[in-house]
Design a binder for this molecule. Structure first.
Ligand SMILES: Cc1cc2nc3c(=O)[nH]c(=O)nc-3n(C[C@H](O)[C@H](O)[C@H](O)COP(=O)(O)O)c2cc1C
Length: 454
């Protein structure tokens, strides 16, 4: 796969005081409620924008996750937060997570279209199906829908959303004062969707958005997750530990996109990297060690037990994982993360304590401690050798880790001609090097008899 020169994608994945679970315990970390502080996130978005990063991103789940004792908990609704960030920034893309299991497509398509309008074409949606039974109980369900059913609903959800985003053609608005006609009704379309999960008439309340539709991101790496991404996504967030696994995933997903009739360049693969940056390798490793020593194993042990679907009493800190863990097929939660964690423990023969240490930095994303040049070397190698189109930058500590990345790593990437020195476009699609999707009604209207075969 050849990349366009200088077109590495860099997305800043933002999370309260940082991705390392003990980041909030460092003396310099923002006190208390960094996870709900607009000021904190405005600062981070502006730092990312000063480094000409492509986008910022917020994860989300409609449930209070994990143990509140463990780390700053609580999250703002990403669309509300991103709307505020749209007013505080000018260029950077704004990507938020929303669940297809616990939303309805009309409301969500409308909100993301609104974000695209108010941000001038910078909106992105990380489409997730939400793993975890606690969320189900916030929506009148006793159990979460099964994994396959969640992905089936997600596909229909996206069909409806894509239809709604196409419901206004680009040139529907006439604003013809002389004739007294504001819009051409023949270019505003109902969708009349009647499917297994949804009945939606349309059209949408918002006009065609600056990007045609928001950038669609997908972050599930199970078989069904990859299929959903291959059909609908413009970008894929993914977690891997090794170059070989990332490269295999990259080739697999690009192949699936081609099987769905798509150009593989139209699906950007962005693995996560958690960079601990130091002016020497020893300094970077000391930063990482300081954080790891602050991990409280009792919380991490509970979390690991939940992910593995075992009784916490069956996990002993200085022993290996139980031998009789379920296969991925039997997992109804987050399948690919389950497999990643079990494979990591088995491949490196880790005890539970060591595994918790490895996951504390980035929850399964690749952690890397080094100098700015070493971090740039890793990014460049994975990009050049066809394992990534860019990266999810997951600073272990915020804001300092993102500030260090922008101040020290971005200049190295620029000096190697890998990364932009100024924004060239205005929309997130332009930053990522993606085309604007054609409106289906306009396309049908402009088909000539020769091309329709009529
Ligand atoms: C970078 C990244 C970010 C993610 N963000 C979210 C999120 O915000 N909410 C969520 O429910 N899942 C999130 N996930 C998890 C996946 O979207 C997916 O729900 C989970 O892995 C289960 O999918 P799978 O069974 O297809 O692997 C994220 C995954 C990655 C790699």
């Amino acid at each position: 796969m050849t990349h366009r020169p200088g077109h590495l994608v860099l997305n800043a994945f933002l999370m309260s005081s940082g991705h390392h679970e003990a980041s909030w315990r460092l003396p310099q970390s923002p006190p208390g409620a960094a996870s709900l502080s607009l000021e904190h996130f405005v600062h981070l978005a502006r730092v990312a924008e000063a480094g000409t990063l492509d986008s910022v991103f917020f994860a989300d789940s409609p449930q209070l996750q994990g143990d509140v004792g463990r780390r700053p908990s609580g999250t703002l609704d990403p669309i509300v937060l991103l709307t505020a960030l749209a007013g505080a920034t000018q260029h950077i893309g704004l990507i938020g997570t929303a669940s297809t299991t616990y939303n309805s497509p009309y409301n969500l398509a409308r909100r993301f279209a609104s974000l695209d309008h108010v941000s001038g074409g910078r909106a992105g949606w990380n489409v997730v199906t939400t793993a975890g039974p606690a969320a189900a109980r916030n929506f009148g369900l006793d159990e979460q829908p099964l994994h396959a059913a969640r992905y089936e609903r997600a596909a229909e959800f996206l069909d409806v959303a894509f239809g709604l985003w196409d419901s206004w053609e680009e040139d529907a608005i006439l604003a013809d004062k002389a004739a007294g006609v504001w819009a051409d009704g023949s270019k505003v379309h109902a969708i009349e969707h009647v499917g297994t999960h949804f009945s939606v008439a349309g059209p949408l309340t918002t006009h065609r958005t600056p990007q045609g539709r928001p950038v669609i991101v997908q972050a599930g790496s199970s078989h069904d997750g990859k299929e959903l991404a291959a059909r609908y996504a413009d970008a894929v967030f993914t977690a891997h530990q090794t170059f070989e696994d990332t490269r295999a995933f990259y080739l697999d997903l690009k192949g699936r996109a081609v099987a769905h009739g798509r150009d593989p360049q139209d699906v950007k693969i962005l693995p996560g990297i958690v960079p601990a940056i130091g002016s020497t390798e020893a300094e970077a490793k000391a930063v990482e060690r300081e954080l790891d020593e602050l991990i409280e194993p009792r919380y991490a042990l509970q979390q690991l037990a939940r992910t593995l679907r075992v009784d916490p009493a069956d996990l002993r800190l200085d022993s290996h994982l139980p031998a009789d863990l379920p296969d991925e097929d039997e997992i109804e939660g987050a399948k690919s993360r389950y497999t990643l964690i079990v494979q990591l423990a088995r491949r490196e023969n880790l005890t539970v304590r060591e595994l918790i240490g490895r996951l504390g930095g980035g929850r399964g994303h690749r952690t890397f401690a080094g100098t700015p040049e070493q971090i740039a070397d890793t990014i460049q190698a994975w990009y050049d050798d066809g394992a990534a189109d860019g990266f999810n930058i997951m600073a272990p500590v915020l804001p300092s880790g993102l500030e260090a990345f922008v101040e020290h790593v971005v200049p190295v990437l620029r000096s190697r001609g890998l990364f932009r020195t100024a924004y060239e476009g205005t929309t997130l699609r332009e930053h990522y090097g993606l085309t604007v999707p054609e409106n289906r009604w306009t396309a049908a209207r402009t088909l000539t008899p020769a091309t329709t075969g009529a």
